[in-house]
Design a protein around this ligand. Structure first.
Ligand code: ADP
Length: 395
């Protein structure tokens, strides 16, 4: 091995093989697994992890690790982590004593048993933009990492960046096929209705009903397309949230007042319970209004006549929780897991034609973009509660 070319023929050959392997799959999960396995193998290190920058959340998140599945999904602060350093500086790092490095994010150590000694971390760069960080940890047999390891890992990272971008693009074409499929049902209904309208013997009363249905289905299609485009904007990171102080108490009151007429039609009462001295909340007021509208209108739509709704705001530690509780029919445990999937509607909800199955997916995106998580509990025959739990003081 000469000085000018620090990569051995064996490794060059292996990189070529890997390149073919990575471009052979568009399955994102499978691809991420391959990348971390190969990262550990190429550098002769014990483990590897991959973190990607969430387009909507603007946070670095573990998407794959070879040692600790519990790390997947964990967010790492960009300002206080080694991965964050690599991301912002767009250059590799080679470290011998990671646990002593003050950039090391201690929360990771709490989740995994593995003590990180040595580490190589390289940026994943596609078209000049850093999209994530690939880390390999603990050189085998206590040896030290070499510049050659950095070159190998960087070569892998640039191939991985292309392959991951392709897999993301492929997922998007899947999504287009999905919306076409979803639009087919209302389109067929519109077609059938217009054909009926052409019949000369159609009684005027029926005509009225059909025109009403045409309007409703047209509206629903419009909302499906709008909602769908909004989800796509979230996914691609094109939605930039405002950072303004939001008076959540006032916002809840505003949205509840807005919804009272619809609630009154079903004789539903809405009460608000907010804790005193709520912490200051920063976020995007318009998006939070939309979130509240979504949850409260669902609580009306899927409630019984004469039912109740309670909207609560509470704070414990560094968490602020918004809860919307209703006295509707509840959701069976088997259906709860799919609730936040786009276009999913609990079987039986189809009767409420105004639904699109997108409201909760959008609600989830809004909450996550505000450093929060959305949860639901439900009991058949009693009602459902949605919780939006926001972590305060996040950068
Ligand atoms: P949509 O209401 O437009 O159908 P959502 O995404 O808002 O779409 O909700 C998805 C599905 O979840 C609904 O179709 C309904 O079946 C169920 N759902 C939502 N909120 C409630 C609720 N408060 N109680 C019972 N079911 C609900």
């Amino acid at each position: 091995m000469s000085k000018a070319n620090p990569i051995s023929n064996h490794h060059l050959y292996r990189l070529l093989e890997i390149s073919t392997m990575l471009s052979s799959t568009l399955d994102l999960g499978q691809l991420l697994e391959m990348v971390i396995q190969v990262a550990a193998e190429l550098t002769d290190m014990e483990h590897a992890s991959l973190l990607l920058l969430g387009k909507a959340s603007h946070q670095l998140e573990f998407v794959a690790t070879s040692n600790e599945p519990a790390l997947v999904g964990m967010a790492v602060p960009i300002e206080r982590s080694i991965a964050g350093w690599v991301l912002t500086h767009a250059e590799p790092l080679i470290l011998d004593k990671v646990h002593q490095d003050k950039r090391h994010y201690q929360e990771v150590a709490k989740v995994t048993d593995v003590i990180t000694e040595s580490m190589i971390a390289v940026p994943l760069i596609y078209k000049g933009v850093v999209m994530g960080v690939l880390e390999a940890i603990n050189k085998r047999e206590g040896r030290v990492c070499s510049p050659q390891d950095v070159i190998l890992l960087s070569a892998l990272a640039s191939q991985a960046a292309v392959a991951i971008t392709n897999a993301h693009l492929f997922q998007q074409t899947d999504i287009i096929a999905e919306i076409m499929h979803e639009l087919k049902t209302p389109l067929l209904a519109l077609q059938a209705a217009t054909e009926l309208m052409e019949r000369p013997d159609l009684p005027p009363q029926k005509q009225k009903i059909i025109v009403q249905m045409l309007k409703q289905e047209g509206e629903r299609m419009k909302r499906m397309v709008q909602g769908y485009l909004e989800l796509a904007r979230f996914d691609s990171g094109r939605i930039k949230l405002k950072q303004e102080v939001v008076n959540l108490e006032a916002l809840v009151a505003e949205v509840v007042e807005m919804q009272r007429p619809q609630a009154a039609q079903k004789e539903i009462g809405i009460v608000i319970a907010t804790e005193e001295n709520l912490p200051i909340f920063t976020g995007d007021e318009d998006k939070l209004r939309q979130l509240l509208l979504n949850l409260i209108s669902n609580a009306i739509k899927y409630n019984r006549v004469g039912g109740q709704i309670e909207v609560r705001l509470t704070a414990v530690g560094d968490e602020l929780t918004l809860a919307v509780e209703d006295t509707g029919p509840g959701i069976a445990p088997a259906n709860l897991a799919r609730l936040f999937e786009r276009f999913y509607r609990v079987p039986g909800s189809e009767g409420y034609t105004e639904g699109t199955g997108l409201g909760l997916s959008i609600a989830q995106k809004i909450v996550e973009a505000h450093h929060g998580r959305i949860q639901v509990t439900s009991e058949l025959g009693k009602g459902t509660t949605f919780y939006c739990i926001f972590t305060l003081n996040k950068e």
